[in-house]
Ligand binder design. Structure first.
Ligand SMILES: Nc1ncnc2c1ncn2[C@@H]1O[C@H](COP(=O)(O)OP(=O)(O)OP(=O)(O)O)[C@@H](O)[C@H]1O
Ligand SMILES: [Mg+2]
Length: 260
């Protein structure tokens, strides 16, 4: 159940805790992310999911514990540090510009220059279209504003962009939480496609029905504590759902009787 030390894991978290004053956001959390695999982090509100991501994205530093990449301890002092180490985080609000076209968004902030000034728009359009097609994303028109895309398609632009720019670890923060069944399916497909391209993916969700089909490993959080860290062959869909529901019920009960 608990992850063994494996120096070949792309990313491994060992006994990570994070305290904000006397609030325990995470307590002794360990899991791992393999290249080509999806690690799902599940938990209800306040479970510590965002804190977990923010540590790996260099926004927060852990209070104790360590994380390693291919067995070597790493420390991300800033989001730039994390990005330079190949960690790409797609936050829930996506940071895409809705009025700009798909291809402008694809290259936003990293536009290739020609002779130091001119953006090669033909190259960018072609590349954006090709890269999205490689992920199985077939957009009619990369000139359309991102604001006209469905929620699932928007997530897919962000995922394809991270893959193209050489991310090794892709962190997706609740990419399906605002989406319906069909659009969620679309995002799960691209999440899998990113792993198939060799990235280690961290997929955050509170929905076991989204996690189970896409995940290779499942870390369950409840109020900052781990309810378990399972490889796919160690847990069934039913068991995952039961554990998640159990965590939520416990939390509700504790609130009700006033010990939280
Ligand atoms: N910067 C902070 N300062 C103080 N407390 C914080 C801070 N960030 C998070 N917390 C606390 O840590 C706990 C975990 O919060 P976190 O945002 O990681 O949960 P979450 O699983 O992402 O929840 P949600 O599903 O609601 O987004 C909460 O009790 C929260 O109030
Ligand atoms: Mg959160």
């Amino acid at each position: 159940m608990s992850p063994s030390t494996d120096e070949h894991a792309l990313l491994e978290m060992r006994h990570i805790s994070k305290y904000f004053g006397n609030v325990t956001a995470l307590e002794d959390i360990s899991t791992r992310v393999e290249a080509g695999k999806v690690t799902c982090v599940l938990g209800d509100n306040g479970a510590g999911k965002s804190t977990f991501i923010k540590i790996l994205s260099g926004v927060h530093q852990p209070s104790s514990g360590e994380y390693t990449m291919y067995g070597t301890p790493v420390e991300f002092a800033s989001p730039r540090d994390a990005r330079n180490s190949g960690i790409a985080t797609v936050f829930q609000d996506l940071a895409l510009a809705p009025l700009l076209s798909v291809w402008r968004n694809f290259f936003l902030g990293v536009e290739p220059m020609h002779l130091g000034v001119i953006m090669r728009s033909a190259f960018m359009k072609k590349t954006a279209k090709e890269e999205m097609a490689k992920m199985g994303i077939d957009l009619r028109d990369v000139d359309q504003p991102v604001g006209t895309l469905s929620g699932g398609e928007r997530q897919s632009v962000a995922i394809a962009r991270a893959v193209y720019f050489g991310a090794r670890v892709l962190i997706l923060d609740e990419p399906t939480s605002a989406l319906g069944v069909k659009q969620s399916g679309v995002v799960l497909k691209y999440t899998r496609a990113a792993a198939d391209r060799g990235l280690g993916v961290i997929f955050i969700t509170h929905n076991p029905n989204h996690a189970f089909p896409v995940g290779d490993r499942f870390l369950l959080l409840n109020r900052g504590h781990s309810l378990g860290d399972f490889a796919k062959d160690e847990i069934s869909h039913t068991e995952l759902t039961r554990l998640m529901a159990g965590g939520a019920e416990l939390e509700e009960l504790e609130h009700e009787i006033g010990i939280r």
